[in-house]
Design a protein around this ligand. Structure first.
Ligand code: AMP
Length: 282
């Protein structure tokens, strides 16, 4: 059976043992309820490293009080099975109290990149993400850490943080894994009822339409965004949070499509907020 480490000391001593043997270590940070998207990260980590730690931690500091921290789906037994089959060595699964002691008061705040897109709707989110990922980096001290492009802003924020704070860790970005109809896999897809699930495909369909416009030569970001918006509008249960096109380095809005551009959407399908994106390089 795969080892499930619940304390910081436990995971540290396991990693120390590996280091003594000269083994390399990969880390895959997750909130659990693992699916094929997470598995693709674990597969990449197993390919690149001698040992892999998967953290399964629903991090309270990245959820606002009105968000879904309590109801976020959890299934450690199933997660352990997936991790073991994929070849991970350890799951780090701490209680919130292990990560945040009663007198906890240090947070990692990034001044750029985090105020736009998801950071606008979820103002404390990236502070929570940067804080917990920094802690995981200190605890596990991996050679490499794996993040999905599904959360493209998070990936960019983590890369920036690693540079700013001199973490000696290679950040590996992995492509988005989708359902057969195009919906990006997400633990939150389990919130969708049958009708919502059907309509959720509108995110990837609208983005596909936007991408094909760019591929046909359209360079006006407003035009592409309008097409994406109106396509999403055809799903009666969809309510747009944002449709944005930004420079993937600076996260500044673009008017003209050139360089490396992130086109990202966040859409409520019923009560469930879903995100999706594509990156285009011209
Ligand atoms: P989460 O458990 O949702 O916090 O996600 C943990 C990691 O898995 C993050 O780096 C996500 O970007 C990544 N991830 C989640 N869903 C997907 C997906 N459909 N394809 C690729 N990576 C994903």
């Amino acid at each position: 059976m795969i080892t499930i480490a619940k304390t910081v000391d436990e995971v540290r001593s396991i990693v120390k043992g590996w280091r003594k043997e000269g083994l390399s270590v990969g880390l895959v940070p997750t909130m659990g309820f693992l699916h094929e998207g997470h598995k693709s990260l674990i597969d990449a980590a197993v390919r690149d490293n001698d040992r892999v730690v998967v953290s399964v931690f629903v991090n309270p500091t990245q959820f606002a009080p009105n968000e879904d921290f309590e109801s976020y789906p959890r299934d450690l037994n199933k997660d352990a099975e997936l991790c073991e089959k994929a070849g991970a060595a350890v799951i780090f699964h701490p209680e919130p109290s292990e990560m945040y002691h009663e007198d906890y008061s240090t947070f990692v705040d990034m001044r750029t990149l985090t105020q736009v897109l998801c950071g606008k709707t979820r103002p404390i989110h990236f502070s929570g993400v940067c804080t917990v990922v920094s802690k995981l980096f200190h605890i596990v001290a991996p050679d490499r850490a794996y993040f999905g492009q599904k959360d493209a802003q998070q990936l960019a924020v983590i890369r920036h943080m690693v540079e700013d704070l001199n973490f000696d860790i290679e950040i590996v970005g992995c492509p988005i894994v989708r359902e057969a109809d195009g919906l990006a896999k997400s633990s939150r897809n389990t919130y969708l009822n049958e009708e919502e699930r059907k309509q959720a495909v509108i995110l990837s369909q609208a983005l596909k339409e936007g991408l094909s416009l760019i591929q046909q030569g359209e360079r006006d970001a407003d035009k592409v965004k309008n097409v994406v918006r109106s396509r999403i509008g055809t799903a009666p249960l969809a309510r747009i949070d944002y449709v944005e096109m930004v420079d993937f380095k600076t996260f500044e809005n673009v008017k003209e499509i050139k360089g490396e551009i992130l086109t990202a959407v966040a859409v409520y399908i019923g009560k469930t907020r879903l995100i999706d994106n594509f990156i285009w390089k011209g």
